[in-house]
Design a protein around this ligand. Structure first.
Ligand code: SF4
Length: 440
Protein backbone atom coordinates (compact mmCIF):
# COMPACT_ATOMS: atom_id res chain seq x y z
CA UNK A 1 0.00 0.00 0.00
CA UNK A 2 2.78 2.37 0.96
CA UNK A 3 4.66 1.87 -2.29
CA UNK A 4 1.52 2.02 -4.38
CA UNK A 5 0.35 5.26 -2.77
CA UNK A 6 3.78 6.75 -3.41
CA UNK A 7 3.30 5.86 -7.05
CA UNK A 8 0.19 7.98 -7.30
CA UNK A 9 0.67 11.07 -9.41
CA UNK A 10 0.45 14.00 -7.05
CA UNK A 11 -1.31 16.11 -9.64
CA UNK A 12 -3.83 13.57 -10.76
CA UNK A 13 -4.39 11.47 -7.71
CA UNK A 14 -7.90 12.80 -7.26
CA UNK A 15 -8.85 12.16 -10.87
CA UNK A 16 -10.93 9.05 -11.37
CA UNK A 17 -12.30 8.19 -14.78
CA UNK A 18 -15.91 7.13 -15.07
CA UNK A 19 -16.54 4.52 -17.76
CA UNK A 20 -19.77 2.96 -18.95
CA UNK A 21 -20.02 -0.60 -20.20
CA UNK A 22 -22.87 -1.74 -22.43
CA UNK A 23 -23.60 -5.26 -23.64
CA UNK A 24 -24.36 -4.75 -27.33
CA UNK A 25 -24.84 -8.47 -27.99
CA UNK A 26 -25.90 -10.52 -24.98
CA UNK A 27 -25.82 -14.28 -24.44
CA UNK A 28 -25.39 -17.24 -26.78
CA UNK A 29 -21.60 -17.21 -26.58
CA UNK A 30 -19.99 -20.44 -27.84
CA UNK A 31 -17.14 -20.19 -25.29
CA UNK A 32 -17.30 -21.96 -21.92
CA UNK A 33 -15.84 -19.50 -19.39
CA UNK A 34 -17.01 -21.09 -16.13
CA UNK A 35 -17.90 -17.81 -14.43
CA UNK A 36 -19.89 -16.32 -17.28
CA UNK A 37 -23.66 -16.08 -17.51
CA UNK A 38 -23.48 -15.46 -21.25
CA UNK A 39 -22.14 -18.83 -22.31
CA UNK A 40 -24.61 -20.90 -24.33
CA UNK A 41 -23.30 -24.02 -22.55
CA UNK A 42 -25.36 -23.36 -19.40
CA UNK A 43 -27.93 -20.86 -20.59
CA UNK A 44 -30.73 -23.19 -19.45
CA UNK A 45 -29.36 -22.88 -15.89
CA UNK A 46 -28.62 -19.15 -15.95
CA UNK A 47 -31.67 -18.20 -17.96
CA UNK A 48 -29.64 -15.83 -20.13
CA UNK A 49 -31.16 -15.76 -23.60
CA UNK A 50 -29.19 -15.21 -26.77
CA UNK A 51 -30.02 -11.77 -28.14
CA UNK A 52 -29.24 -10.14 -31.46
CA UNK A 53 -26.69 -7.40 -31.92
CA UNK A 54 -28.24 -4.10 -30.88
CA UNK A 55 -29.09 -1.49 -33.46
CA UNK A 56 -26.84 1.49 -33.78
CA UNK A 57 -29.36 4.05 -32.58
CA UNK A 58 -30.03 2.74 -29.03
CA UNK A 59 -26.32 2.20 -28.52
CA UNK A 60 -25.61 5.77 -29.60
CA UNK A 61 -28.34 7.03 -27.26
CA UNK A 62 -26.86 5.03 -24.37
CA UNK A 63 -23.48 6.61 -25.07
CA UNK A 64 -25.06 10.07 -25.09
CA UNK A 65 -26.71 9.39 -21.72
CA UNK A 66 -23.42 8.10 -20.34
CA UNK A 67 -21.60 11.23 -21.51
CA UNK A 68 -24.25 13.44 -19.93
CA UNK A 69 -23.83 11.53 -16.66
CA UNK A 70 -20.08 12.16 -16.65
CA UNK A 71 -18.61 9.08 -18.35
CA UNK A 72 -15.67 9.79 -20.60
CA UNK A 73 -15.14 6.27 -21.86
CA UNK A 74 -17.78 4.06 -23.44
CA UNK A 75 -17.13 0.31 -23.62
CA UNK A 76 -19.16 -2.13 -25.70
CA UNK A 77 -19.12 -5.89 -25.16
CA UNK A 78 -20.38 -8.64 -27.44
CA UNK A 79 -20.69 -12.27 -26.32
CA UNK A 80 -18.78 -13.69 -29.26
CA UNK A 81 -15.79 -15.95 -29.62
CA UNK A 82 -14.76 -13.22 -32.00
CA UNK A 83 -16.23 -10.97 -34.69
CA UNK A 84 -15.46 -13.67 -37.26
CA UNK A 85 -18.66 -15.42 -36.18
CA UNK A 86 -20.69 -12.33 -37.06
CA UNK A 87 -21.86 -11.51 -40.58
CA UNK A 88 -20.51 -8.55 -42.59
CA UNK A 89 -23.58 -6.42 -41.87
CA UNK A 90 -23.21 -6.92 -38.11
CA UNK A 91 -19.54 -6.11 -38.31
CA UNK A 92 -20.23 -2.95 -40.28
CA UNK A 93 -22.72 -1.96 -37.57
CA UNK A 94 -20.11 -2.41 -34.84
CA UNK A 95 -17.66 -0.26 -36.80
CA UNK A 96 -20.41 2.35 -37.21
CA UNK A 97 -20.98 2.37 -33.43
CA UNK A 98 -17.28 2.96 -32.82
CA UNK A 99 -17.16 5.79 -35.32
CA UNK A 100 -20.25 7.60 -34.06
CA UNK A 101 -19.40 7.33 -30.38
CA UNK A 102 -15.84 8.44 -30.94
CA UNK A 103 -17.32 11.49 -32.66
CA UNK A 104 -18.99 12.34 -29.32
CA UNK A 105 -15.56 13.04 -27.91
CA UNK A 106 -15.55 9.91 -25.77
CA UNK A 107 -12.88 7.24 -25.54
CA UNK A 108 -14.30 4.10 -27.14
CA UNK A 109 -13.40 0.58 -26.06
CA UNK A 110 -14.78 -2.74 -27.32
CA UNK A 111 -14.54 -6.29 -26.02
CA UNK A 112 -15.54 -8.64 -28.83
CA UNK A 113 -13.37 -11.72 -28.36
CA UNK A 114 -10.50 -12.88 -30.53
CA UNK A 115 -9.50 -10.54 -33.35
CA UNK A 116 -7.80 -11.03 -36.66
CA UNK A 117 -5.26 -8.44 -37.81
CA UNK A 118 -7.74 -7.20 -40.41
CA UNK A 119 -10.49 -6.71 -37.83
CA UNK A 120 -8.11 -4.87 -35.54
CA UNK A 121 -7.07 -2.60 -38.40
CA UNK A 122 -10.71 -1.82 -39.23
CA UNK A 123 -11.48 -1.02 -35.60
CA UNK A 124 -8.46 1.26 -35.49
CA UNK A 125 -9.59 3.05 -38.64
CA UNK A 126 -13.08 3.47 -37.19
CA UNK A 127 -11.46 5.34 -34.31
CA UNK A 128 -11.35 2.73 -31.55
CA UNK A 129 -9.38 3.95 -28.54
CA UNK A 130 -8.86 0.68 -26.71
CA UNK A 131 -9.56 -3.02 -26.98
CA UNK A 132 -10.37 -5.06 -23.88
CA UNK A 133 -9.27 -8.67 -23.72
CA UNK A 134 -8.84 -9.92 -20.17
CA UNK A 135 -6.37 -12.63 -19.25
CA UNK A 136 -8.66 -13.49 -16.30
CA UNK A 137 -6.06 -15.32 -14.18
CA UNK A 138 -2.62 -16.92 -14.26
CA UNK A 139 -1.56 -19.11 -17.19
CA UNK A 140 -1.43 -22.07 -14.78
CA UNK A 141 -5.03 -21.68 -13.57
CA UNK A 142 -6.58 -20.67 -16.88
CA UNK A 143 -7.46 -24.25 -17.85
CA UNK A 144 -9.74 -24.46 -14.78
CA UNK A 145 -11.83 -21.62 -16.13
CA UNK A 146 -12.26 -22.32 -19.80
CA UNK A 147 -11.53 -25.17 -22.17
CA UNK A 148 -12.57 -23.69 -25.50
CA UNK A 149 -9.48 -21.54 -25.94
CA UNK A 150 -5.93 -21.28 -24.67
CA UNK A 151 -4.03 -18.62 -22.78
CA UNK A 152 -1.80 -18.33 -25.85
CA UNK A 153 -4.89 -17.29 -27.86
CA UNK A 154 -5.47 -14.42 -25.44
CA UNK A 155 -1.88 -13.29 -25.70
CA UNK A 156 -2.02 -13.49 -29.50
CA UNK A 157 -5.06 -11.18 -29.61
CA UNK A 158 -3.34 -8.71 -27.29
CA UNK A 159 -0.39 -8.69 -29.67
CA UNK A 160 -2.70 -8.16 -32.65
CA UNK A 161 -4.32 -5.22 -30.87
CA UNK A 162 -0.96 -3.72 -30.00
CA UNK A 163 0.33 -4.13 -33.55
CA UNK A 164 -2.76 -2.35 -34.91
CA UNK A 165 -1.92 0.69 -32.78
CA UNK A 166 -4.92 0.32 -30.48
CA UNK A 167 -4.35 0.76 -26.77
CA UNK A 168 -4.53 -2.42 -24.71
CA UNK A 169 -6.99 -3.03 -21.88
CA UNK A 170 -6.31 -6.36 -20.16
CA UNK A 171 -6.92 -7.43 -16.60
CA UNK A 172 -8.47 -10.21 -14.62
CA UNK A 173 -10.92 -11.45 -12.04
CA UNK A 174 -10.40 -12.49 -8.46
CA UNK A 175 -12.76 -14.95 -6.81
CA UNK A 176 -12.62 -17.71 -9.43
CA UNK A 177 -11.34 -20.21 -6.89
CA UNK A 178 -7.75 -19.33 -7.69
CA UNK A 179 -4.94 -19.24 -5.15
CA UNK A 180 -2.65 -16.41 -4.15
CA UNK A 181 -0.06 -17.54 -6.67
CA UNK A 182 -2.57 -17.20 -9.48
CA UNK A 183 -3.40 -13.61 -8.59
CA UNK A 184 0.27 -12.83 -8.51
CA UNK A 185 0.75 -14.87 -11.71
CA UNK A 186 -1.85 -12.77 -13.52
CA UNK A 187 -0.14 -9.51 -12.54
CA UNK A 188 3.24 -10.98 -13.42
CA UNK A 189 1.96 -11.86 -16.88
CA UNK A 190 0.49 -8.39 -17.44
CA UNK A 191 3.54 -6.58 -16.10
CA UNK A 192 5.94 -8.55 -18.29
CA UNK A 193 4.14 -8.16 -21.61
CA UNK A 194 6.34 -6.42 -24.19
CA UNK A 195 4.64 -3.15 -23.11
CA UNK A 196 2.47 -2.59 -20.07
CA UNK A 197 -1.23 -2.44 -20.93
CA UNK A 198 -2.50 1.14 -20.88
CA UNK A 199 -5.49 -0.12 -18.90
CA UNK A 200 -5.83 -2.94 -16.35
CA UNK A 201 -9.31 -3.70 -14.99
CA UNK A 202 -9.37 -5.58 -11.69
CA UNK A 203 -12.66 -7.40 -11.21
CA UNK A 204 -14.09 -9.21 -8.21
CA UNK A 205 -16.44 -12.03 -9.10
CA UNK A 206 -19.89 -12.16 -7.64
CA UNK A 207 -20.95 -15.51 -8.97
CA UNK A 208 -24.05 -15.80 -11.12
CA UNK A 209 -26.38 -18.65 -10.27
CA UNK A 210 -26.34 -21.38 -12.89
CA UNK A 211 -22.68 -21.01 -13.85
CA UNK A 212 -20.29 -23.87 -12.98
CA UNK A 213 -18.13 -21.68 -10.75
CA UNK A 214 -21.18 -20.52 -8.76
CA UNK A 215 -22.30 -24.14 -8.35
CA UNK A 216 -18.85 -25.24 -7.16
CA UNK A 217 -18.55 -22.35 -4.75
CA UNK A 218 -22.07 -22.89 -3.41
CA UNK A 219 -21.25 -26.55 -2.72
CA UNK A 220 -18.06 -25.56 -0.90
CA UNK A 221 -20.01 -22.98 1.10
CA UNK A 222 -22.58 -25.58 2.08
CA UNK A 223 -19.81 -27.93 3.27
CA UNK A 224 -18.27 -25.12 5.27
CA UNK A 225 -21.62 -24.14 6.80
CA UNK A 226 -22.28 -27.76 7.79
CA UNK A 227 -18.86 -27.97 9.45
CA UNK A 228 -19.46 -24.68 11.29
CA UNK A 229 -22.84 -25.89 12.51
CA UNK A 230 -21.28 -29.07 13.82
CA UNK A 231 -18.60 -27.08 15.63
CA UNK A 232 -21.24 -24.75 17.13
CA UNK A 233 -23.24 -27.71 18.42
CA UNK A 234 -20.10 -29.12 19.99
CA UNK A 235 -19.28 -25.78 21.62
CA UNK A 236 -22.85 -25.41 22.91
CA UNK A 237 -22.69 -28.87 24.47
CA UNK A 238 -19.33 -28.02 26.04
CA UNK A 239 -20.76 -24.71 27.36
CA UNK A 240 -23.68 -26.53 28.94
CA UNK A 241 -21.24 -28.81 30.73
CA UNK A 242 -18.86 -26.02 31.71
CA UNK A 243 -21.45 -24.04 33.67
CA UNK A 244 -20.93 -20.33 34.57
CA UNK A 245 -17.65 -18.73 33.43
CA UNK A 246 -15.59 -16.48 35.63
CA UNK A 247 -14.45 -13.05 34.32
CA UNK A 248 -10.72 -12.80 33.51
CA UNK A 249 -10.33 -16.46 32.64
CA UNK A 250 -10.66 -16.23 28.85
CA UNK A 251 -7.98 -18.78 27.97
CA UNK A 252 -9.28 -21.40 30.36
CA UNK A 253 -12.87 -20.76 29.35
CA UNK A 254 -12.02 -20.97 25.65
CA UNK A 255 -10.22 -24.25 26.22
CA UNK A 256 -13.24 -25.60 28.10
CA UNK A 257 -15.49 -24.63 25.17
CA UNK A 258 -13.13 -25.95 22.51
CA UNK A 259 -12.57 -22.45 21.01
CA UNK A 260 -9.32 -20.70 20.01
CA UNK A 261 -7.84 -18.70 22.88
CA UNK A 262 -7.26 -15.52 20.81
CA UNK A 263 -9.78 -13.54 18.89
CA UNK A 264 -8.50 -13.90 15.35
CA UNK A 265 -11.53 -12.46 13.56
CA UNK A 266 -9.59 -9.56 12.07
CA UNK A 267 -6.77 -11.77 10.93
CA UNK A 268 -9.21 -14.11 9.23
CA UNK A 269 -10.92 -11.26 7.42
CA UNK A 270 -7.58 -9.87 6.38
CA UNK A 271 -6.60 -13.25 5.04
CA UNK A 272 -9.16 -12.96 2.27
CA UNK A 273 -12.33 -14.63 3.41
CA UNK A 274 -15.31 -12.31 3.35
CA UNK A 275 -18.53 -13.08 5.14
CA UNK A 276 -19.56 -15.16 2.13
CA UNK A 277 -16.09 -16.61 1.70
CA UNK A 278 -15.44 -14.66 -1.51
CA UNK A 279 -12.66 -12.09 -1.84
CA UNK A 280 -13.03 -9.20 0.56
CA UNK A 281 -12.79 -5.54 -0.32
CA UNK A 282 -9.28 -5.63 1.09
CA UNK A 283 -8.35 -8.45 -1.29
CA UNK A 284 -9.41 -6.24 -4.15
CA UNK A 285 -7.43 -3.33 -2.73
CA UNK A 286 -4.35 -5.55 -2.46
CA UNK A 287 -4.61 -6.47 -6.12
CA UNK A 288 -5.08 -2.83 -7.12
CA UNK A 289 -2.08 -1.81 -5.00
CA UNK A 290 0.10 -4.55 -6.46
CA UNK A 291 -0.93 -3.65 -10.01
CA UNK A 292 -0.11 -0.02 -9.30
CA UNK A 293 3.36 -0.88 -7.99
CA UNK A 294 4.35 -3.12 -10.88
CA UNK A 295 2.66 -1.08 -13.63
CA UNK A 296 3.04 2.48 -12.34
CA UNK A 297 1.84 4.26 -15.48
CA UNK A 298 -1.17 2.12 -16.24
CA UNK A 299 -4.79 3.11 -15.63
CA UNK A 300 -5.93 0.61 -12.99
CA UNK A 301 -9.68 0.19 -13.12
CA UNK A 302 -11.78 -0.82 -10.15
CA UNK A 303 -14.30 -2.81 -12.15
CA UNK A 304 -16.91 -5.53 -11.56
CA UNK A 305 -17.69 -6.50 -8.01
CA UNK A 306 -17.59 -2.93 -6.68
CA UNK A 307 -21.19 -3.13 -5.54
CA UNK A 308 -20.47 -4.85 -2.27
CA UNK A 309 -17.63 -2.47 -1.35
CA UNK A 310 -18.02 0.14 1.35
CA UNK A 311 -17.04 3.72 0.56
CA UNK A 312 -14.11 3.12 2.93
CA UNK A 313 -12.87 0.16 0.87
CA UNK A 314 -13.25 2.15 -2.32
CA UNK A 315 -11.37 5.08 -0.78
CA UNK A 316 -8.56 2.65 0.07
CA UNK A 317 -8.58 1.39 -3.52
CA UNK A 318 -8.24 4.94 -4.86
CA UNK A 319 -5.50 5.62 -2.34
CA UNK A 320 -3.77 2.42 -3.48
CA UNK A 321 -3.84 3.55 -7.10
CA UNK A 322 -7.18 2.84 -8.75
CA UNK A 323 -8.02 5.63 -11.14
CA UNK A 324 -11.19 4.48 -12.82
CA UNK A 325 -14.60 3.05 -12.03
CA UNK A 326 -17.44 1.74 -14.13
CA UNK A 327 -20.66 3.57 -13.53
CA UNK A 328 -24.20 3.04 -14.74
CA UNK A 329 -26.96 0.61 -13.85
CA UNK A 330 -25.35 -2.45 -15.34
CA UNK A 331 -22.05 -4.08 -16.14
CA UNK A 332 -22.90 -6.24 -19.15
CA UNK A 333 -25.59 -8.45 -17.60
CA UNK A 334 -25.22 -7.68 -13.90
CA UNK A 335 -26.14 -4.91 -11.52
CA UNK A 336 -23.78 -2.05 -10.74
CA UNK A 337 -23.48 0.75 -8.23
CA UNK A 338 -26.04 3.52 -8.25
CA UNK A 339 -24.85 6.64 -10.10
CA UNK A 340 -26.21 8.92 -7.38
CA UNK A 341 -24.26 7.04 -4.71
CA UNK A 342 -21.13 7.26 -6.82
CA UNK A 343 -21.64 11.01 -7.19
CA UNK A 344 -21.98 11.29 -3.40
CA UNK A 345 -18.80 9.24 -2.96
CA UNK A 346 -16.89 11.49 -5.37
CA UNK A 347 -18.09 14.48 -3.38
CA UNK A 348 -17.22 12.94 -0.01
CA UNK A 349 -13.74 11.84 -1.13
CA UNK A 350 -12.99 14.99 -3.09
CA UNK A 351 -12.56 13.04 -6.34
CA UNK A 352 -12.77 14.65 -9.76
CA UNK A 353 -13.84 13.02 -13.02
CA UNK A 354 -10.94 12.33 -15.31
CA UNK A 355 -11.47 13.79 -18.77
CA UNK A 356 -11.24 11.73 -21.94
CA UNK A 357 -7.98 11.37 -23.82
CA UNK A 358 -5.55 12.19 -21.07
CA UNK A 359 -2.55 10.68 -22.86
CA UNK A 360 -1.34 7.33 -21.66
CA UNK A 361 1.99 6.86 -20.00
CA UNK A 362 2.07 3.09 -20.33
CA UNK A 363 2.09 1.00 -23.46
CA UNK A 364 3.10 2.06 -26.93
CA UNK A 365 1.95 4.56 -29.55
CA UNK A 366 -1.81 4.15 -29.70
CA UNK A 367 -5.07 5.62 -30.86
CA UNK A 368 -5.53 7.20 -27.44
CA UNK A 369 -5.23 10.69 -28.79
CA UNK A 370 -1.71 11.57 -27.99
CA UNK A 371 0.12 9.48 -25.41
CA UNK A 372 3.35 7.77 -26.18
CA UNK A 373 4.33 5.16 -23.79
CA UNK A 374 6.95 2.66 -22.99
CA UNK A 375 7.47 4.33 -19.68
CA UNK A 376 8.88 7.51 -21.13
CA UNK A 377 5.56 9.19 -21.74
CA UNK A 378 4.22 12.49 -20.63
CA UNK A 379 1.19 12.75 -18.43
CA UNK A 380 -0.62 9.54 -18.13
CA UNK A 381 -3.85 7.98 -17.16
CA UNK A 382 -2.22 6.06 -14.44
CA UNK A 383 0.35 8.60 -13.63
CA UNK A 384 2.89 9.55 -16.26
CA UNK A 385 6.01 11.48 -15.55
CA UNK A 386 5.18 12.32 -11.98
CA UNK A 387 4.11 8.81 -11.19
CA UNK A 388 7.36 7.59 -9.84
CA UNK A 389 9.93 5.60 -11.74
CA UNK A 390 8.74 2.95 -14.14
CA UNK A 391 9.28 -0.62 -13.06
CA UNK A 392 11.14 -2.62 -15.67
CA UNK A 393 9.87 -6.01 -16.72
CA UNK A 394 12.75 -7.65 -14.85
CA UNK A 395 12.07 -5.70 -11.69
CA UNK A 396 8.33 -6.39 -11.93
CA UNK A 397 9.10 -10.06 -12.29
CA UNK A 398 11.35 -10.03 -9.21
CA UNK A 399 8.79 -8.09 -7.15
CA UNK A 400 6.02 -10.45 -8.11
CA UNK A 401 8.08 -13.55 -7.52
CA UNK A 402 8.83 -12.26 -4.03
CA UNK A 403 5.13 -11.53 -3.50
CA UNK A 404 4.26 -15.03 -4.70
CA UNK A 405 6.73 -16.58 -2.26
CA UNK A 406 5.32 -14.50 0.60
CA UNK A 407 1.78 -15.35 -0.41
CA UNK A 408 2.61 -19.05 -0.57
CA UNK A 409 4.13 -18.87 2.92
CA UNK A 410 1.01 -17.09 4.20
CA UNK A 411 -1.16 -19.66 2.51
CA UNK A 412 0.73 -22.53 4.04
CA UNK A 413 0.42 -20.92 7.46
CA UNK A 414 -3.28 -20.25 7.07
CA UNK A 415 -4.14 -23.41 5.23
CA UNK A 416 -5.86 -21.70 2.35
CA UNK A 417 -5.65 -20.01 -1.05
CA UNK A 418 -5.79 -16.26 -1.11
CA UNK A 419 -4.87 -12.92 -2.55
CA UNK A 420 -1.99 -10.95 -3.95
CA UNK A 421 -0.63 -10.19 -0.54
CA UNK A 422 -1.48 -13.57 0.90
CA UNK A 423 -4.88 -14.78 1.90
CA UNK A 424 -6.88 -17.86 2.50
CA UNK A 425 -8.66 -19.92 -0.03
CA UNK A 426 -11.80 -18.89 -1.92
CA UNK A 427 -14.68 -20.83 -0.58
CA UNK A 428 -17.99 -19.77 -1.99
CA UNK A 429 -20.01 -17.35 -3.96
CA UNK A 430 -23.27 -15.68 -3.34
CA UNK A 431 -25.00 -17.93 -5.80
CA UNK A 432 -27.92 -16.08 -7.22
CA UNK A 433 -26.20 -12.77 -6.78
CA UNK A 434 -25.13 -10.04 -9.13
CA UNK A 435 -21.83 -9.26 -10.81
CA UNK A 436 -19.44 -11.13 -13.00
CA UNK A 437 -21.51 -11.09 -16.13
CA UNK A 438 -18.65 -12.06 -18.38
CA UNK A 439 -15.83 -10.17 -19.96
CA UNK A 440 -14.67 -11.41 -23.31
S1 SF4 B 1 -16.54 -14.31 -20.80
FE1 SF4 B 1 -16.83 -13.61 -22.90
S2 SF4 B 1 -15.95 -15.28 -24.14
FE2 SF4 B 1 -16.30 -16.14 -22.10
S3 SF4 B 1 -18.35 -17.09 -22.23
FE3 SF4 B 1 -18.60 -14.99 -21.46
S4 SF4 B 1 -19.06 -13.76 -23.24
FE4 SF4 B 1 -18.16 -15.68 -23.97
Amino acid sequence: MHKSSQNKNNQNKKQVQRCTLLSIKTGGCPEDCGYCSQSSKWSSDTGTKAERLMDLEPVYEAALRAREAGSTRFCMGAAWRGPSQAGPRQWARVLGMVKQIRALGMEVCTTLGMLTAEQARELREAGLTAYNHNLDTSPEYYGQITTTRKYADRLATLETVREAGISVCAGGIIGLGEGAKDRVGLLLQLATLPAHPESVPINRLVAVKGTPIAAKQAAEAADKAAAAEKAAEKAAAAAANAGPLRPGTRAAAAAALGLPADDDTDAAADAGGGGDGGPTGLDLVRCVATARVVMPQTVVRLSAGRMGLSVGDQALAFFAGANSIFDGDKLLTTANNDRGEDAAMFEALGLRSRPAFVPYGAGGPTSSGGGMGGGHGGMSGGGGAAFGEAVSAGEASRLLERAAAEAAADEAQRGGGGCCGGAKKQQQASAGGGGGGGCC
